[in-house]
Write a protein that binds this ligand. Sequence first.
Ligand SMILES: Cc1cc2nc3c(=O)[nH]c(=O)nc-3n(C[C@H](O)[C@H](O)[C@H](O)COP(=O)(O)O)c2cc1C
Length: 181
Amino acid sequence: MKFLLISGSLRKDSYNTKLIRHIARKFLNDHEYEIADISKFPIYMEDTDVVPDAIENFKEQIRKAQIIIISTPEYNWSTSAALKNAIDWASRPPKDSAWKGKIVIIMSASTGMLGGARAQYHLRQILTSVDAILVSKPEIFISFAQEKFQDDELKDEFANNLIRDAIENGIKLYQIHHKDA
Ligand SMILES: Cc1cc2nc3c(=O)[nH]c(=O)nc-3n(C[C@H](O)[C@H](O)[C@H](O)COP(=O)(O)O)c2cc1C
């Protein structure tokens, strides 16, 4: 399968970025994957005539991917502005939205006790609005992320099992939606 991984954090030592890199190393060896870079995207503005190359490239990455994995930080009980901006860019113009019918697995890592749950529910709502197809279970919340990573590895067996299950469910969901292809 072809995966695209997206971290919603631009921070150099981001736990969400560590998480998607960890997933690529630990779970995607038998698959193809790319990691998106949303860090240089300008703020979306509807009057713009020029779509930056970085956005066209991002939309192409989404189109090529069969399964997308997004890990979001939680900023003030919601997803990051950077991630929302990237989703907005790739959803426009509506006729050319890259999200329609895409299988998406979402997760979050935060230093708080809820592991980014509130951000994830906002993210689920946003992605539903652009007609992505979300893997609903298992839910993956990495709470107290500062205690869970060693040498950029997620040292949490319970969470790693959930991630494995979510990827399997994503593949099954893809197959259900593309069984006639
Ligand atoms: C502006 C801002 C708001 C935050 N709000 C929350 C929050 O609502 N809930 C939470 O659990 N953590 C919150 N945090 C802490 C983040 O979980 C923490 O900074 C985390 O490391 C961000 O993800 P990252 O490591 O991928 O950058 C906030 C951090 C920032 C910078």
